[in-house]
Ligand binder design. Structure first.
Ligand code: SAM
Length: 208
């Protein structure tokens, strides 16, 4: 773990604040509106989603592997007063039983995990049959010009974004997984730099 892991965790809320104010927070709230029961969030970072979960969510399990993020997340969860716990775990190897969650949430995480295919297989495994994977991810641009810039600047962004790949074709990876896509739409991250503006938002279900 390097110094930048601490800087990234400490600055994350500030760096994303403009996008949250410009409409990202409203999108988060909207996508979580129908969640209930036992919810797992992978890669929650400092806990930006906590305030958006509805009261019908009875238990939140937050799987965050990076210590500086997980420490902040624990404080934020305590402040929120929500029933839940932080588990220091990567998405590729989740320490939970099969079919143990009603929903799994991922916002801007599949860009950063080491192995997105493996992470999605784990999401499918821990979801109950018919349970939903609710995602919002920034993705590789459909526009070839912007995609070329994402490829060119990828090495630089990987460092700045602490392991974030700005050019991953995440919609294709979700479609190729065992999860069944119920909805998937393209969106644009408000008030963000062009490299991470293209987003994919949707729901996929575990076939069980
Ligand atoms: C860009 S941040 C997203 C934070 C938050 N989900 C949000 O919506 O803003 C990516 C998060 O994924 C976490 N992460 C990195 N590798 C991971 C992995 N293999 N499994 C799960 N989470 C991971 C990082 O520590 C970080 O908290």
């Amino acid at each position: 773990m390097g110094v930048y892991d601490h800087v990234f965790a400490a600055c994350y809320d500030r760096w994303t604040a403009a996008s949250e104010r410009a409409g990202l927070a409203a999108r988060r709230r909207e996508m979580f509106r129908d969640l209930s029961g036992r919810v797992l969030e992978i890669g929650p970072g400092p806990g930006i989603n906590l305030r958006h979960y509805p009261a019908a969510v009875s238990e939140l399990v937050l799987a965050e592997p990076e210590r500086p993020m997980a420490d902040r997340l624990e404080r934020e969860l305590a402040r929120s007063g929500r029933p839940g716990r932080v588990v220091r775990s990567v998405a590729e190897s989740l320490p939970f039983e099969d079919a143990s969650f009603h929903h799994v949430v991922s916002t801007f995480v599949l860009c950063t995990v080491t192995d997105p295919e493996r992470a999605l297989a784990e999401v499918d495994r821990v979801l109950r049959p018919g349970g939903s994977f609710v995602f919002m991810e920034h993705v590789r641009a459909d526009d070839p010009g912007l995609a070329r810039w994402q490829d060119r600047l990828h090495p630089l962004w990987l460092r700045f974004g602490n392991g974030c790949h700005c050019n991953r074709p995440t919609p294709r990876t979700i479609e190729a997984s065992r999860l069944e896509v119920e909805s998937m739409r393209s969106d644009r991250m408000p008030a963000a730099v062009p490299l991470v503006r293209p987003m994919s938002v949707g729901v996929a279900r575990s076939p069980g």
